[in-house]
Design a binder for this molecule. Structure first.
Ligand code: DX5
Ligand code: ZN
Length: 217
């Protein structure tokens, strides 16, 4: 199966985000990754549910919302109402992982959990049957343009094996530090979706980067 490319709007021009969505979709994006940060769970602030609702008017592909916020259960309904298609929160940020996943699924969205580089693959095995997707962070969450942490590839492999052994259908998404040089190894380790922030935006030819991420070039 071809890998899906999810450009992260975090690396876009915040003064014209709608156009940035269109630019990435014309370049072949499969979905648009939206990084929501609260300045507490991570040391950076980005945007909230109004941005997601406004981007929903521009996007023709799914909006993949990655919540990097403390106690995400306080805001899940806002992102459902905003029109997120895929909604993901960090296991490190909440005590109610299963309840949150069930709420997201009950609203008709794809539900996901994300894990920081310090969090092991094994620690989320019990949640897998409640997830539609898992985001494995390749960098410490908070900023785009960081260097990929190589041992996160092993976490992808461990999760891929567990998912296959149990016959589950959970997508694996790699987020952070992916580039044209390491994307083939990330895909080979089992990623179904790969996020591209700086790599897709900081180039005059995003269609080439996206094709590489999708394994077409
Ligand atoms: C980091 C974000 C990532 C980031 C990826 O906290 O979750 O989605 O935007 O950017 P790159 O691809 O530049 O690492
Ligand atoms: Zn992200």
């Amino acid at each position: 199966m071809a890998v899906k490319a999810a450009p992260s709007i975090l690396s876009g021009d915040f003064s014209r985000m709608g156009e940035e969505v269109t630019r990435m979709e014309r370049a072949g994006a499969d979905m648009i990754h939206c990084d929501v940060m609260d300045g507490i769970f991570v040391p950076n602030l980005t945007f909230g549910h109004k941005m997601v609702a406004d981007l929903r008017k521009y996007a023709t592909t799914p909006l993949d919302v990655h919540l990097m916020i403390d106690r995400p259960e306080r805001y899940l309904d806002r992102y459902v109402e905003a029109g997120a298609d895929r909604l993901c929160f960090h296991v490190e940020a909440t005590k109610t992982v299963l309840v949150n996943l069930e709420r997201i699924r009950a609203a008709g969205l794809k539900a996901g959990i994300a894990i920081c580089p310090e969090t092991s693959a094994e620690s989320i095995f019990d949640y897998l049957s409640y997830c539609d997707f898992v985001i494995v962070m390749g960098v410490h969450p908070g900023f785009s343009g960081q260097k990929y942490i190589p041992n996160t590839t092993n976490k992808l492999k461990a999760l891929k094996k567990e998912i296959a052994d149990r016959g589950l259908s959970v997508q694996l998404e790699m987020d952070g530090g992916a580039n044209e040089a390491n994307v083939a190894a990330i895909a080979a380790a089992g990623a179904d979706v790969i996020v591209s922030g700086s790599c897709a935006f900081n180039t005059p030819t995003p269609e080439k980067v996206i094709a590489t991420f999708q394994g077409r070039a």
